[in-house]
Design a protein around this ligand. Structure first.
Ligand SMILES: [Zn+2]
Length: 290
């Protein structure tokens, strides 16, 4: 059973839930905010080092451009560096030209820093669509991890995925899709990929769901944002209550909870890996897998 661990590397002020308060279309507004991404990402690297685990880091191009030393550190710690796009715009809201540029620019920035090919992409807020997936492929990515089938969040995009294999993976043309886990329990669809759901669910319940997914699919993908392990981050005023709760709930426990989760899953006998490594092992990065 394979446990694929992933982190989205971005700052606390770049999230979609704060869009109404922080005018991201003027990127200089981001530059004026207190950046905490370095400390948060180093905390995660330290945790992974302690557990001797490899993970995939989907780094935002905007962050990479300003903190290339952080990207080098992630890579030199043996982690996979993948792309979270450049400007954290929802992929399906961009024009084809804007998205093309965003996908290409973020890939190039990361490759220039690490000297390694970037194979994976994850869209901000899982904003995938048919058209987006075609452009991801066209930009030269080999896999995508943006499809979150949870129907309860209107922001998540969707695609028609017809060819699911026995491992719960899909292929769209040459692109491999590694979806975000969802478990059905008593007729309910429960998102169990990580993020806010990891902070909200009690850990024993989250683990029951993750193990159920693991048994069904033979692998399990987990994600967390770098700002989710940072209880000291500034509290933003004027954010609608629902978004405020989703962003700030459980931040002070998240790091310790992740530590315990990894330890428990080690005890359950999973094999941890970065996404790229897992796909390679399964032969999924060949152009014509069956
Ligand atoms: Zn993001």
């Amino acid at each position: 059973m394979n446990f694929l661990l992933s982190f989205d590397v971005e700052d606390w002020f770049q999230v979609e839930n704060f869009r109404g308060v922080i005018r991201r279309e003027l990127w200089e507004h981001w530059d004026g905010k207190e950046s905490r991404v370095i400390g948060n990402t180093l905390k995660l690297l330290e945790l992974l080092d302690r557990h001797r685990i490899r993970a995939t880091f989907f780094v935002l191009g905007w962050i990479a451009k300003r903190h290339p030393e952080l990207v080098r550190e992630i890579s030199s710690c043996g982690m996979e560096v993948a792309s979270h796009g450049y400007g954290h715009e929802l992929a399906y809201t961009m024009t084809r030209e804007e998205l093309r540029e965003d996908l290409k620019h973020s890939k190039e920035v990361l490759e220039d820093i690490t000297g390694r090919e970037v194979l994976g992409y994850r869209a901000p807020s899982f904003s995938i669509s048919e058209g987006v997936s075609k452009l991801i492929q066209e930009a030269g990515y080999r896999y995508d991890s943006s499809y979150n089938p949870f129907p309860g969040n209107k922001r998540y995009g969707s695609i028609d995925l017809l060819s699911q294999d026995s491992q719960g993976l899909y292929r769209i043309g040459d692109l491999v899709e590694v979806p975000i886990p969802l478990v059905r329990l008593h007729g309910m669809a429960l998102p169990v990929g990580g993020g806010g759901y990891f902070r909200i669910y009690p850990l024993p319940f989250f683990e029951v769901l993750a193990k159920k997914y693991l048994r069904q699919h033979g692998h399990y993908l987990f994600y967390l944002h770098s700002w989710e392990v940072d209880p000291e981050q500034p509290r933003l005023r004027g954010v609608p209550k629902g978004y405020y709760l989703r962003h700030y709930f459980g931040l002070s426990e998240a790091y310790g909870k992740l530590d315990r989760f990894l330890r428990d899953m080690e005890g359950y006998g999973v094999r941890f890996s970065a996404i790229e490594e897992f796909l390679r092992m399964r032969g999924k990065l060949c152009r014509h897998f069956g």
